[in-house]
Design a protein. Structure first.
Length: 406
């Protein structure tokens, strides 16, 4: 009988394994993603089922906005659309498919130096002299390992968990949409500043993090990369149909001014007095015994949770995407180099810049940013086990206006 039960369980597990597609938990290309969506549309898969499959894959290439738009013909509904946006954010720092890269040969050393010289002049003489301005920033938050936004946050959550087809995974462990916020922010030399009152919310207690430093400054990052002597040619890419030169860079901790301030992580403290008693001493020590019972402990126990920010100045590396004709920087990627033992494992930021009409002027300003983070939400305490949480922030800037926040 026992053997029969084990055989039955084995068959069930085999069937469940078959039900999980071969791409689950694996990296796939953008072309394979399109084939997957097309195949599921032909099989008339429901929106929830398609979304569940997408939650279990990771892209090995950047999902560009052009490619993303072309996928929408295969999307059955809003849950799948949500996961397409997650894949776009998760792949933001990757290289696009090789078929999307220009075939132009790499420039020689002299041409590379000329491009970098134009970029240096642009950053110093144009970008760093941008006037004070404001913009409306709309930010979407995607996150895993959270059931819902706590009521105490004052923020309305919109996440809808989907049951996975294997039955073994917690839906909340997959990245999904949490909420969106909109605020008017001030741009100081092209860098969006933190809105006032950011520190007033106990983000950690709400099972969420907050980034309390402005985005990396193009002016600062470019100059530190120049000073480090680490800028190197990588490839050509296309941004909005225009060819740009991609250069990598790396800045050591000694030369870095990249400040990170991530809120918040718990520190569990226990205080109080414990008195241990035996059966014979229970009555005199307040253990409540009558001499007939065993030993125990009595006292005043307290557990307090203090919340602290993770702060550091980190080494980093990344890429600049430069217009070879004008030196204009169309995109900057900055990836902090953090220790596995830290409560923050990853803070990667991509900022896209483009011309916008502001008053009577055309100025190149931030129009979009994507930040990928990985943290240990329980901090150093280890309370509730060791969990890693990923949060992706995608922000769009619009309605740029000259002047300070009123």
């Amino acid at each position: 009988m026992k053997q029969h039960n084990w055989q039955r369980i084995g068959w069930i597990l085999l069937l469940l394994a078959i039900a999980v597609p071969a791409w689950a938990g694996k990296k796939i290309t953008v072309a394979q993603l399109e084939e997957l969506l097309r195949s599921m549309q032909q099989d008339k898969k429901a929106d929830a089922d398609v979304a569940t499959e997408l939650k279990q894959i990771e892209l090995s290439e950047e999902l560009t906005r052009t490619a993303m738009n072309s996928l929408m013909r295969w999307v059955p509904g809003p849950r799948t659309t949500e996961q397409i946006y997650v894949l776009e954010a998760r792949s933001a720092d990757l290289i696009p498919p090789s078929s999307d890269l220009p075939s132009t040969p790499a420039p020689d050393d002299a041409a590379q130096h000329a491009i970098l010289a134009k970029a240096s002049t642009y950053v110093t003489d144009t970008f760093n002299k941008l006037p004070e301005m404001t913009a409306t920033r709309t930010t979407l938050r995607f996150q895993d390992n959270v059931e819902a936004v706590a009521a105490s946050s004052g923020i309305s959550g919109s996440a809808t968990d989907v049951t996975t087809n294997s039955g073994f995974s917690n839906p909340a462990s997959f990245v999904h949409y949490i909420n969106s916020t909109e605020a008017v922010v001030e741009l100081d030399r092209g860098v969006a500043q933190m809105p006032p009152g950011t520190n007033k919310i106990a983000w950690g207690a709400n099972k969420m993090i907050a980034l309390l430093e402005p985005d990396p400054s193009l002016g600062v990052i470019f100059k530190e990369a120049e000073a480090s002597g680490s800028i190197k040619w990588q490839r050509w890419e296309l941004i909005n149909g225009k060819q740009v030169a991609v250069f990598s860079y790396a800045v050591t901790k000694e030369k870095s001014r990249l400040a990170l301030n991530v809120c918040c992580f718990p520190s569990i403290k226990q205080a109080g007095v414990a008195t241990f008693y035996t059966a014979t001493t229970a009555a005199s020590l307040g253990g409540g015994g009558n001499g007939g019972g065993g030993g125990g402990v009595t006292g005043n126990f307290q557990t307090n949770t203090d919340w602290h920010n993770y702060k550091t100045t980190a080494p980093y590396h990344g890429e600049f995407f430069i217009d070879p004709t004008t030196g204009l920087v169309a995109r900057m990627i900055t990836e902090a180099e953090l220790k596995p033992s830290d409560v923050v494992h990853q803070v990667d930021t991509r900022i896209d810049y483009a011309p916008a009409k502001i008053g009577a002027k055309i100025l190149v300003v931030p129009i979009r940013s994507i930040t990928n983070t990985e943290v240990v939400p329980n901090g150093d305490s280890g309370a509730g086990g060791y969990t890693i949480r990923h949060t992706f922030f995608t922000s769009v800037y619009k309605d740029h206006q000259l002047g300070a926040v009123k």
